[in-house]
Design a protein around this ligand. Structure first.
Ligand SMILES: Cc1ncc(C[n+]2csc(CCOP(=O)(O)OP(=O)(O)O)c2C)c(N)n1
Ligand SMILES: [Mg+2]
Length: 892
């Protein structure tokens, strides 16, 4: 052989390398892999001490992590499983093709499932255990775009009818259809986890796995070996959330979590890393984070070739190609593979000399080989002390041939021509003749066929069908009147904020015999901000390993206590992670049959606008619980400025249909809302959750003025009537949250200085009022023959005289959106614009929402109605010290 080829850079000869390799082989043989690893580790340390600069690499060669000789026996009937998988492939394709024949552009994806079929089928036949009476079951996050395959399998299992398959993406058809992607909201008996907004499911899966441990450590469920599987796309890993929590998984030793990344090297537009290697990049990220990484790159056909490759040249060559080149090889002929892959070195060519071009073309990738995939899954479920990620190489659009296999356009492929359909049919052996085939009928073998029998038997052995969603928790029974009653009394002059009031309620709830244990307080490093540090000591912060150190503040009453059975999830600075915990805890009623009640309290600015998509997923998933936006209110949070002061969240919550949003002003309002929320969600089982803003401004909490519970929950009630109801000048003032106090002050000013008698209303929820108004309007429109219903806002104000003025710490659009159900024109004050670092008084002046501005707005409305002289208004502006030429806060 050519001598040049045997010489490495720096003049080292192969002989020398060979000697080192042989010595390692002999250690491996005589003493095993552990000793060999120890020697390598020592060599590395020795080299470092002696000044050898070893470049850091968390990568292993571009080869299968599990060598062929260590592969376990495949326990299934491989041929039968292949036939079942082929049928699923066909039906998945048929769903999409048929749907698009009926309506052009209805969408659907063929190529994602086509690449992932083996990854799923090995899971379904051998690993995914269902939830049953005896066992909690594994949890599987299916890649959203692979849903046609999951439906097609459920069809073979006899769980979904052909009619439903026919109505894929046509959910409004009579009899219902199938949702495009996993949506528990739309298919609550089937899907458990919404995954299609990419990047969310990997993070949710990690926190789900951690929450499972939390429940075990707190003695709320038995310790099991249940796994959380998350299937993701390689393109999906570019979403920052995807890898955002991987160090939590390794730190917490979450060997119950398994990621399977379908590395087809493509995303929607083209290659994930045309000029690089996504698999190697992911390997180093995961290994660096302490994960067990299993690469499944090459199918069994490669094993004999690799065996002949005693010099490691083939593995070296495998590592040389960038993904763009690999993608090209996938769509090329055997001759091309020979020339361009093996042709780089005569010794490589020699390795494959006996093989035909056809057999070179048929060299499978690891992710399409059930034996390799099985070996990886088995190793993953047996892995102790570390999470596992499986990086499986596949071909996007596998089996589509000319219709898209491996091509850049494959993601969007939804139509196949007749030839392409016939080819696919033949390739996967679907028993349809040429004529029938082009109709793309769904195909299910007879109930007593070996395929159906086998498939059913496998699922029976694994406890039932996956996915299946069911509600397994029992409703709570108590009404908790006693618990909340004390908060109806008021604080007797003591100044407290609504946040403090909430923490008092939380403390009391934690002691309650029925719900105490179920409460899950979740904080992203803000417990002290919200005055919750007293809970550290009383209920403890959850830590899977307890507390290995003496906390620095151990001698104080409220020391930082971590405990294995700690109840608080102190997540650190991750609103996304906290939300994922909220979702896990708020859906445990279905996932685990446990009614955990999460209370996630955070800086309100960093909720709906920062993690809005997680909140949307939580809503889809029918999560229950309470989100508390702390330090809320654009002018109530003083000092913090533009990026902290939230005047938006009550607007941003509007689109989420099943979130009930309240901006309570007083402790008794909060108590009423919390008590009712617990009833609705945990007693009556409603799929809603709550968003409550709580503030940090202290003031005396009044007692509940009579029985106003219904009004609080419906969104508004009259808090204080005008002292002089006979006055000619009348007004109705609406305030919310901390701004209600400004309204009450305005009521006083108006009465004492200007003779205006105003009633003050507390508007606890603009969202509730808006929904009620729309619903009433809709009903009236659709039932013209019946007695019209009256919106709640109108009911409240029908007999309330005078001009109307609203003020809140949020955008003016909130009061404006309900004004059409008011009997007269409404003037709205609010906090549109960027916040400022300032004190409350200045902020309320700047945003024009303080008592003075409410007063002027009221006088102006009276003036506009011709009830007041302009001179009074002019005088008031002066008297109240208002600068009429101040900058407009909305745009300044
Ligand atoms: C957050 C988000 N952004 C964009 C999309 C649109 N989208 C759907 S699939 C896809 C490509 C997926 O590629 P990959 O993750 O590699 O999955 P594959 O289909 O290749 O398995 C994109 C961009 C989405 N669903 N979610
Ligand atoms: Mg991909």
């Amino acid at each position: 052989m050519d001598n040049e080829l045997k010489t490495q850079p720096h003049g080292i000869h192969d002989v020398e390398i060979q000697e080192w390799l042989e010595s390692l082989d002999s250690v491996l043989e005589s003493s095993g892999p552990e000793v060999a690893a120890e020697i390598l580790e020592r060599l590395r340390a020795h080299a470092t001490v002696n000044g050898i600069d070893l470049p850091f690499s968390a990568n292993t060669p571009y080869a299968n992590t599990i060598p062929a000789r260590l592969e376990p026996l495949f326990p299934g009937d491989q041929e039968l499983e292949r036939r079942i998988k082929s049928l699923i492939r066909w039906n998945a394709l048929a769903m999409v093709v048929r749907a698009n024949r009926v309506e052009h552009n209805i969408g659907g994806h063929i190529s994602t499932y086509a690449s992932a079929a083996t990854l799923y089928e090995v899971g379904f036949n051998h690993f995914f255990r269902a939830r049953s009476e005896e066992f909690e079951g594994d949890t599987v996050y299916f890649q959203g775009h692979a849903s046609p395959g999951i439906y097609a399998r459920a069809y073979l299992e006899g769980r979904i009818s052909a009619q439903k398959l026919e109505n894929f993406r046509r959910e409004l058809k009579p009899g219902g259809g199938l949702s495009s992607y996993p949506h528990p909201w739309l298919m609550p008996d089937f899907w458990e986890f919404p995954t299609v907004s990419m990047g969310l499911s990997p993070l949710m899966a990690i926190y789900q796995a951690r929450f499972n441990r939390y429940l075990e450590d707190r003695g709320m469920k038995p310790v099991t070996d249940a796994k959380v599987w998350a299937f993701l796309g390689d393109g999906e890993t570019d979403e920052p959330e995807s890898l955002g929590a991987i160090t939590l998984a390794s730190r917490e030793k979450l060997d119950n979590v398994i990621f399977v990344v379908n590395c087809n090297l493509q995303r929607l537009d083209g290659p994930v890393r045309g000029n690089g290697q996504i698999i190697q990049e992911l390997e180093s990220a995961f290994r660096g984070a302490g994960w067990n990484v299993i690469k499944v790159l090459w199918g069994s056909e490669w094993d004999p070739i690799l065996e002949r490759d005693t010099d490691g040249l083939l593995v070296k060559r495998m590592g040389e190609l960038v993904d763009g080149e690999y993608q090209k090889l996938v769509v090329s002929s055997g001759a091309y593979v020979r020339e361009h892959f093996f042709g780089s070195d005569p010794r490589l060519l020699q390795l494959v000399e006996p093989m035909s071009d056809e057999s070179l073309r048929r060299l499978r990738l690891g992710g399409h080989d059930p034996r390799k995939v099985y070996a990886a899954y088995k190793a993953a479920v047996e892995q102790k002390g570390k999470p596992t990620v499986i990086l499986a190489r596949t071909i996007k659009g596998y089996g589509l041939g000319e219709a898209g296999e491996g091509k850049n356009v494959t993601h969007q492929q939804k139509k196949l021509n007749e030839d392409e359909l016939r080819e696919f049919r033949s390739r996967f052996g679907i028993p349809l003749n040429d004529e029938d085939c082009i109709e793309v009928p769904f195909y299910r073998p007879a109930e007593d066929s070996v395929e159906i029998q086998y498939l059913r038997a496998r699922r029976e052995a694994l406890g039932g069908y996956v996915p299946t969603r069911s509600i397994r928790s029992k409703p709570i029974v108590a009404d908790h009147d006693e618990l909340f009653k004390e908060f109806h009394e008021g604080s007797e002059g003591r100044e407290v904020s609504t946040t403090m009031a909430f923490v008092q309620m939380l403390r009391k709830m934690l002691k309650d015999p029925e719900i105490g244990k179920l409460i899950v307080p979740i904080v992203p490093d803000e417990a002290r901000t919200f005055g919750m540090e007293s809970l550290f000591r009383t209920v403890g912060i959850y830590s899977s390993i307890g507390q290995k150190y003496e906390p620095v503040d151990v001698n104080t009453l409220l020391y930082y206590k971590e405990a294995k059975d700690g109840q608080i999830l102190e997540e650190g600075i991750t609103e996304a992670g906290s939300m994922a915990s909220f979702i896990a805890a708020g859906s445990a009623y279905a996932t685990h049959g446990i009614n955990t009640i999460p209370f996630f309290i955070y800086y309100s600015m960093f909720g709906f606008q920062r993690i809005g998509d997680f909140i949307w997923a939580a809503a889809d998933m029918r999560t229950r619980g309470f989100m508390l936006g702390g330090t809320a209110g654009r002018t109530t949070l003083s000092g913090e400025g533009l990026q902290h002061q939230d005047g938006n969240s009550h607007v941003l919550v509007l689109p989420v249909p099943n979130v009930k949003a309240y901006d309570p002003a007083f402790a008794f309002e909060l108590a009423v809302i919390l008590q009712d929320g617990i009833r609705r969600m945990y007693k009556d089982g409603e799929s809603v959750f709550y968003y409550l803003t709580v503030m940090n401004e202290p003031y005396a909490m009044p007692a509940m003025p009579g029985d106003v519970k219904e009004g609080i929950l419906k969104g508004m009630y009259r808090f204080r009537r005008a002292a002089n109801g006979k006055s000619k000048l009348r007004a109705q003032l609406f305030g919310s949250g901390a701004i209600l106090n400004e309204t009450l002050r305005a009521q006083e000013i108006l009465e004492t200085k200007y003779g205006v008698a105003a009633d003050v209303w507390s508007v606890t929820s603009y969202k509730e009022l808006y929904n009620d108004g729309n619903e009433t309007e809709r009903w009236n429109r659709l039932h013209p023959g019946e007695k019209p219903r009256v919106p709640y806002v109108w009911q409240c104000l029908a007999d309330a005289p005078g001009v109307l003025v609203a003020a809140s710490d949020y955008l003016k659009t909130l009061p404006n959106m309900i004004s059409k159900w008011m009997p007269r024109r409404l003037a709205s004050l609010g906090t549109d614009g960027f916040g400022r670092s300032e004190g409350r008084t200045s902020l309320r002046d700047f945003f024009e929402v303080d008592a003075r501005f409410i007063t002027v707005a009221t006088l102006h409305e009276l003036f506009a109605d011709g009830k007041l002289e302009r001179s009074v208004l002019d005088k008031a502006i002066k008297e109240l010290g208002i600068n009429a030429d101040k900058p407009n806060p909305v745009i300044s």
